[in-house]
Design a protein around this ligand. Structure first.
Ligand SMILES: [Zn+2]
Length: 292
């Protein structure tokens, strides 16, 4: 009887132990399952994060490569520009209806030029002045009347003409004419007829007043005749530019200069083919001056 009782007790203890073990296992299982879920969640998050970092890195690598390419291209352009010839197309004595045609051609070829303008207030002049500026060209002072007997009569008359032209231009465009070209060039001898030695004094005063005047080193010869042959204009410009690193090309856009307009597309096409860079004159451009 005692034997039976102790066996029953042992069984009960064993069962209790088994139940306790099973309960412990369940608790442990639940606990570790929670831990595993948490860990796998963390792992998934860290995998997602490193994927994101990797993709950011890829993007950065791509930007770096494209920046490197752009930098190489810029260096190349800089090197090419350093070796390229620079040409300044300059047009004197406008505006006229030919100026409009020239502006159209320059726009078509995406080329900028410099216009040494005289004073005109009617006939669409204001629109032309404004278009010169809005198209990105440069404008310079070429005196108001351009009449040699007027402008070169005295120094005072010259500077009056200079100021009047600038004031008129400023009223119409809101811009001043910051550079200048003497009619006939700084070394013209026609002025001697009206006032001896005036060019020497005018060039000196210009320098004292920090007014930069530009002559030229290539002439299109379009002013030699009333109507110059188109091919003479083309050949004069191209042969003039040939051996020069920098060319300031003299042309005219007054109303008789129709052959200058006709010659212009060929001149631009050929200069572009030679890799020339077209620039506009400004106060900081190294000037060409016949008389200093
Ligand atoms: Zn002129």
């Amino acid at each position: 009887m005692i034997k039976f009782k102790s066996r029953a007790l042992i069984n009960a203890v064993l069962i209790a132990a088994l139940i306790a073990a099973a309960a412990a296992c369940t608790v442990l299982f639940i606990f570790f399952r929670g831990q595993v879920a948490e860990l796998s969640d963390k792992l998934a998050k860290s995998q997602a994060y490193s994927a994101k970092v990797e993709s950011e890195l890829d993007k950065l690598r791509e930007s770096y490569d494209s920046l490197k390419d752009e930098y190489a291209k810029l260096e190349q352009t800089k090197a090419e520009e350093k070796n390229a010839k620079v040409v300044y197309l300059t047009f004197d004595d406008g505006p006229s209806e030919n100026t409009v045609k020239i502006l159209d051609i320059l726009e078509q070829y995406n080329v900028k030029a410099t216009f040494f303008i005289i004073g005109k207030e009617g006939g669409g002049a204001a629109e032309i002045y404004r278009r010169i500026i809005s198209d990105g060209h440069a404008a310079g002072n070429h005196t108001y009347s351009h009449e040699y007997n007027e402008i070169y009569a005295s120094e005072d008359r010259f500077w009056e003409e200079y100021r009047k032209n600038d004031e008129t231009f400023f009223e119409l465009t809101g811009r001043h004419l910051e550079i200048m070209r003497f009619p006939g060039g700084s070394n013209n001898t026609v002025s001697e007829r009206y006032c001896r030695g005036i060019m020497k004094r005018l060039t000196k005063t210009a320098q004292q007043q920090d007014i930069i005047y530009f002559d030229w080193n290539v002439s299109s010869l379009d002013a030699v005749k009333e109507r110059q042959d188109k091919n003479v204009i083309i050949n004069s410009v191209l042969s003039g530019v040939k051996d020069k690193k920098t060319s300031i090309i003299l042309m005219h856009d007054n109303k008789t200069k129709t052959t200058t307009v006709e010659a212009l597309p060929t001149i631009i096409e050929e200069l572009k083919r030679q890799g020339c860079i077209f620039k506009t004159l400004n106060k900081d451009t190294e000037p060409i001056q016949f008389l200093k």
